[in-house]
Design a protein around this ligand. Structure first.
Ligand SMILES: [Fe+2]
Length: 178
């Protein structure tokens, strides 16, 4: 279950109802998939071949199509990141820049962990959303954010897009980030 950390105060918010209420207020979509649906042989495997990625997508096909029908996504894929990913250090440096997109950025975490750092309303400022398997999150369009891995540095996520180009990152400098 996702957990929130408000960066300015270090306050933590946990428990599904509290997390959902906080994210609702910040206009961040938060839903849940059943992480136990992932076939056992893919649990804790972070280097996937094309066939295994297709298995991930077919495992969550009804959840993906439900989101797509509600929110207009047209295409989806599977991303895997771990220390085995070529150029992982360079990739993470790229990911860790504050940016916006013209589309929302939606991820269904299938395995492993990750963090979205998102700019909330003026009173809240930046907050971390620590995600684990089963968490589904959508950062709204034009909301400043970035993504990084947690200490275990392993994740598999489903990404959904309205158009592939809508996801291009516009990097921004934000002096209020802390
Ligand atoms: Fe992004």
């Amino acid at each position: 279950m996702a957990e929130i950390r408000i960066r300015s105060t270090n306050e933590r918010i946990s428990g599904e109802e509290n997390v959902r209420a906080f994210l609702d207020k910040q206009e961040v979509l938060y839903e849940h998939w059943d992480a136990a649906k992932l076939p056992a042989e893919l649990q804790n495997k972070f280097v996937l071949n094309d066939e295994e990625k297709a298995t991930v997508l077919s495992t969550y096909d009804s959840e993906i199509r439900d989101l797509a029908a509600r929110r207009g996504y047209q295409i989806w894929d599977v991303i895997t990141l771990s220390d085995a990913t070529p150029n992982i250090e360079d990739l993470l440096k790229k990911f860790e820049q504050i940016h916006t997109h013209t589309e929302d950025e939606i991820r269904g975490i299938v395995s492993g962990r990750g963090i979205f750092i998102i700019k909330g309303d003026e009173q809240t400022g930046y907050f971390d959303v620590e995600l684990e398997a089963g968490d589904v999150i959508s950062v709204p369009e034009n909301k400043a954010h970035f993504f990084t891995l947690m200490d275990n540095r392993e994740i598999i996520a489903v990404r959904l897009f309205i158009e592939k180009d809508g996801w291009v990152a516009n990097n921004i400098e934000d002096p209020s980030f802390a």
